[in-house]
Design a binder for this molecule. Structure first.
Ligand SMILES: *Cc1c(COP(=O)(O)O)cnc(C)c1O
Length: 410
């Protein structure tokens, strides 16, 4: 399956093809960065305009009750719950992954007071590790963060581990941890598990209750298309309903409008809500999540695997001679929904591709990364993107000095 006609044939029978019409994709652009910022779902603009002009502009403060602002986070939580296998009541929507990780990690450490090690891997997102290390030193109880290679994690799950803290899909290699097996091994050793679902939610089927995950965190601006800086989420297993986070606020109080001086928090995830929800961002997210109502995540994963395989096959065949080297596993079942290659001058290669309307991104030190979001990508897009990648490498278009000036966001 190596020519454009074959790709057209796949698109013609693709059950998910209809979803492309639900997004704004800029003219003549192939968007391979939905793993970093999802595109704009069509319903969102109108809903945001209504929230601004009518709800904020006219209804003002009454909107907290009248327009359901106060429970908007609960609506988004229920929708996210169906995508990650949890009840809406066990999910709190708000804050970033970094902040939510601080909350659930502090709660988890409190549940294992006699253990001092937080186990994670070198492929984890740096911010997750910053949060863990700062919390560990701040507590001054001898906590440490043990960082090993992803493939060595299972061997390091021992009876002195308090918390195993991992991201299912490695943001660079695209490699996938076996969530069920690791969670099981951790529980057998008496440890708790926190999963970061940043590259999972909206990309792969996920069942946090099914695998008995203790805690999870995730963001909504990547595959869930919630918009720039959209609020993240956290999950707390109902068995840990009584856990206490180190970060609390009035939005986690049972009766916030009683304004009592003692914090009397709600159980579980809800008690980890902290301050006022960002209503405009939340409005965009709540609308964006409606796209998923009828989506079968198993079909999404299947198409993602086919898109990844196609991209890898074509890129290796056409661009292998330029030194392109696949990062991560060749086994599609051990991957998430993006493909990265090591390549020389990767930053300039991506800048040059962007100038030709093929949008991917660069991850230091030498990776070009392409997200495969099955709801709006076509097989022909993959074909055309690889043709452009070949052109950039073959004609050394990346050598243009304009493409070699580092911008602050890569
Ligand atoms: C994108 C991403 C984050 C982002 O964290 P924020 O605090 O929401 O900015 C965290 N972890 C992983 C694995 C990510 O890919």
């Amino acid at each position: 399956m190596q020519n454009r006609k074959d790709c057209e044939a796949l698109d013609a029978t693709d059950e998910l093809a209809v979803y492309r019409t639900k997004f704004h994709i800029p003219e003549a652009t192939i968007y391979l960065d939905g793993n970093s910022l999802g595109p704009l779902p069509k319903g969102v603009s109108a809903r945001i305009v209504r929230a601004i002009d009518q709800e904020w502009g006219q209804d003002l403060i009454s909107s907290w009750n009248k327009n359901n602002w106060f429970v908007l986070a609960l609506s988004a939580a229920a929708k996210i719950g169906t995508l990650i296998g949890a009840a809406g009541k066990d999910i709190a929507v708000g804050d970033s992954i970094s902040v939510n990780l601080f909350k659930v990690l502090s709660a988890a450490l409190k549940l294992r007071p006699d253990r001092k090690i937080i186990l994670t891997d070198k492929g984890n997102f740096p911010s997750d590790i910053y949060v863990a290390e700062r919390l560990a030193t701040y507590l001054e109880q001898g906590h440490t963060v043990a960082i090993h290679a992803p493939e060595d994690i299972a061997a390091h799950i021992t009876k002195d581990i308090a918390v195993v803290m991992l991201t299912e899909i490695d943001y660079r290699t695209g490699n996938r941890h076996d969530m069920a097996a690791i969670t099981k091994a951790a529980h057998a050793a008496g440890a708790l598990v926190i999963w970061d679902l940043a590259h999972t939610a909206g990309a792969l089927p996920c069942n946090v209750m099914g695998i008995n995950a203790d805690f999870a965190v995730g963001c909504t601006y990547k595959y869930l298309n919630g918009g720039p800086g959209a609020p993240g989420f956290l999950f707390v297993h109902p068995d840990h309903a009584k856990t206490e986070s180190a970060l609390v606020g009035w939005w986690g109080h049972k009766h916030p409008f009683d304004f009592t001086l003692e914090f009397d928090g709600m159980n579980g995830a809800r008690g980890m809500q902290v301050g006022t929800a960002p209503i405009l961002s939340l409005t965009a997210l709540d609308e964006a999540l409606d796209v998923w109502k009828t989506v079968d995540m198993h079909k999404v994963q299947k198409k993602s695997q086919k898109l990844c395989q196609l991209f890898i096959d074509l890129a290796e065949k056409k661009c292998g001679k330029f030194g392109l080297k696949l990062s991560g596993s060749r086994d599609m079942s051990k991957r998430g929904s993006h493909v990265s290659f090591h390549v020389e001058n990767g930053y300039a290669v991506i800048q040059s591709l962007i100038a030709h309307k093929i949008i991917g991104d660069f991850r230091a030190p030498d990776m070009i990364r392409f997200g495969m979001a099955p709801l709006y990508l076509r097989y022909v897009d993959i074909y055309d993107a690889v043709e452009k990648l070949h052109m950039v490498l073959d004609q050394r278009l990346w050598a243009d000095p304009a493409y070699n000036q580092r911008l602050s966001v890569t």
